[in-house]
Design a binder for this molecule. Structure first.
Ligand code: AMP
Length: 289
């Protein structure tokens, strides 16, 4: 596995693959890799000849009171995980390389970014879209794979690529979970042993809504109340639970395409999760016990 941190080296490598007829696939991450990330690599490998995985903890997408400094970083641990999963090129730019000067231009999303995660984390999606656009211009992949775990992010990235005519295909892979339903996240490492159980309230709330819907309930308000009952478990501070359509607009009546999105705090850890009702949490891949 090749490892590069220079931007021009990265671009040159990618262009060399492509001039040899190879398709380049790309998985951007903030590292502290887990099986959810590695399944995105599997997807990218199925769609491309060469796979680039980037690790960059992007300061621009963290708010001033968020966990940028505490965010887990361990390249010595990530490197073999990436290598063993078949990553061809590990791209690890540093902050100075990605942001050599104060930015004059950023990619600022409109309305869709001010709800849900955007309402809870002002400026977050400007940071995300800016770094993803920059990485796309450096790596120049034919296909990039993102996780549905960050549903709003994936939706905004698809829209950005269309709006700005960036020539990359976006693939979104399902959420990888623990057997008990907890969505894998680098932030799960913050959870203490006592917080691990309350953290299950998110996936339980999603599952309860899904079951009620399968049982014939289609009224969004009633389904939301059902989910909030479960999210209100001891040790959990709910942030939002909403039933939205693919454009992230709240719905009054739900259908198979409705997405239930949830965010909550457990101790000092902020967790998010979601389910597309017609697909169901049960269809998501789980990690081996
Ligand atoms: P992050 O390192 O948290 O920025 O995530 C990098 C990519 O991995 C994003 O596209 C995430 O949506 C995706 N991802 C994170 N957790 C999961 C998961 N449990 N299942 C699937 N994709 C995930």
């Amino acid at each position: 596995m090749l490892e590069l941190s220079g931007l021009s080296e990265m671009r040159a490598w990618s262009r060399a693959q492509k001039s040899g007829g190879g398709r380049v696939g790309f998985v951007p991450t903030m590292g502290y890799l887990h099986e959810g990330h590695l399944r995105l690599v599997d997807r990218a490998k199925a769609r491309a000849d060469q796979v680039v995985l980037s690790i960059f903890v992007n300061p621009l997408q963290f708010g001033p009171r968020e966990d940028f400094d505490a965010y887990p970083r361990d390249l010595a641990r990530d490197r073999p995980l990436a290598r063993e999963r078949g990553v061809d090129c590990l791209f690890t730019p540093d902050t100075k390389a990605m942001y050599p000067a104060d930015l004059v231009a950023r990619v600022a999303p409109v309305a869709m970014a001010d709800v849900l995660e955007g309402a809870s984390r002002p400026g977050h999606f400007t940071g995300v879209l800016t770094i993803v656009a920059k990485l796309f211009h450096v790596v120049e992949p034919e296909v990039a794979v993102f996780g549905r775990k960050d549903f709003q992010q994936a939706t905004l990235i698809r829209r950005m690529v269309a709006d700005l005519d960036i020539p990359v295909e976006i693939e979104v892979a399902p959420t990888t979970r623990e057997l008990d339903g907890l969505a894998l996240s680098s932030r799960n490492t913050y959870l203490s042993a006592d917080e691990r159980r309350p953290a299950l309230a998110l996936s339980r709330a999603l599952r309860a809504i899904e079951q009620a819907w399968r049982g014939g309930e289609a009224d969004a308000e009633r389904l939301e109340r059902r989910g909030m009952e479960i999210l209100g478990a001891p040790g959990v501070i709910p942030e939002y639970l909403a039933l939205v359509d693919e454009a992230l607009q709240p719905v009054a009546r739900v259908n198979a395409k409705t997405i239930v999105v949830v965010a909550a705090r457990v101790g000092s850890t902020r967790l998010i999760d979601n389910v597309v009702l017609g697909e169901g949490i049960g269809a998501d891949p789980t990690v081996r016990a």
